[in-house]
Design a protein around this ligand. Structure first.
Ligand code: NAD
Length: 261
């Protein structure tokens, strides 16, 4: 499947799922705008390796997804650099865990902004061009938490349920314009974010690494295996194909059976 001549923007793509999506879209031939934070040298290495390995163009935007004006500017810059934005992957996300009565208000606002409202601002900015060209792919990284809840994750679960609702609404609005809008809802994915939690949890619960993975992290995931970032990225690329033209408004679970329970 070729995405040659397509131009993609992937938010939160200096790490984890987003980086894998950006690389997979580039492997399929798309030029990519990557976005996110991190050490400048690491970001430049990721950007340069996408160009070198896949023979596409790749630029980095440091836009902060909690700031609507920066999101609009990022889309405008991508449009200027490549001529179009054909594929938008709204992926940036953060987590914070706390009982609701102690949940810091600024953390609530930040999670709602980055994990939910950023998708709205990105979609709002790319929609006129996609409608005019009658082709587009919008993919939102939601979560199993767009379908079910866990305690102490009020902001995250609210934001992800919101993303699922936004996905369905915009899918209906764009259905006759050749633009599909879907979300991918992973369970636990093996990313640096998850990996970093293991040593602390081993200490806190006096568990081995295997016990932490199986009995804590994968407790809700029936396959007892992590989703890989490449599995999520491959689904994102498939959603960009012509074979997926009739998949729209869907919330596609990739959670080892978690939400079937
Ligand atoms: P990650 O921490 O590895 O990557 C997050 C990315 O978002 C990074 O590139 C980071 O720089 C960027 N980012 C954070 N705040 C930002 C901001 N304000 N502006 C711009 N970029 C920002 O995390 P991940 O595990 O790859 O998660 C990516 C997405 O997948 C998130 O939306 C997350 O909720 C979702 N998700 C993750 C899992 C999992 O188990 N890892 C499961 C389900 C859903």
């Amino acid at each position: 499947m070729s995405l040659k001549s397509r131009n993609a923007v992937v938010t939160g793509s200096t790490s984890g799922i987003g980086l894998a999506c950006a690389r997979a879209l580039a492997r399929a031939g798309a030029n990519v705008t990557i976005n996110g934070f991190g050490p400048a040298a690491d970001i430049e290495a990721a950007r340069a390796s996408i160009e070198k390995e896949f023979g596409v163009r790749c630029v980095h935007s440091g836009a902060d997804m909690s700031k609507p004006a920066e999101i609009a500017a990022m889309i405008a810059e991508a449009d200027k650099a490549f001529g179009t934005v054909d594929i938008l992957v709204n992926n940036a996300g953060i987590q914070f865990v706390s009982p609701v009565e102690d949940f810091p208000i600024e953390k609530w606002d930040q999670i709602i902004a980055i994990n939910m409202s950023a998708a709205f601002h990105g979609i709002r900015a790319v929609t006129p061009g996609m409608k005019a060209r009658r082709w587009g792919r919008i993919i939102n990284t939601a979560s199993a938490h767009s379908l079910v809840a866990s305690p102490f994750k009020s902001a995250y679960v609210t934001a992800k349920h919101g993303v699922a609702g936004l996905t369905k609404t915009v899918a209906l609005e764009l259905a006759t314009f050749g633009v599909t809008v879907n979300c991918i809802s992973p369970g636990y994915v093996w990313t640096p974010l998850v990996e970093k939690q293991i040593p602390d949890t081993m200490k806190a619960r006096n568990m081995t690494e295997e016990q932490v993975k199986r009995d804590v992290l994968l407790a809700a995931q029936p396959t007892k295996q992590f989703v890989t970032v490449d599995q999520v990225a491959d689904l994102a690329v498939f959603l960009c194909s012509d074979s997926a033209a009739q998949i729209t408004g869907a919330n596609l679970s990739m959670d080892g059976g978690w939400t079937a329970a």
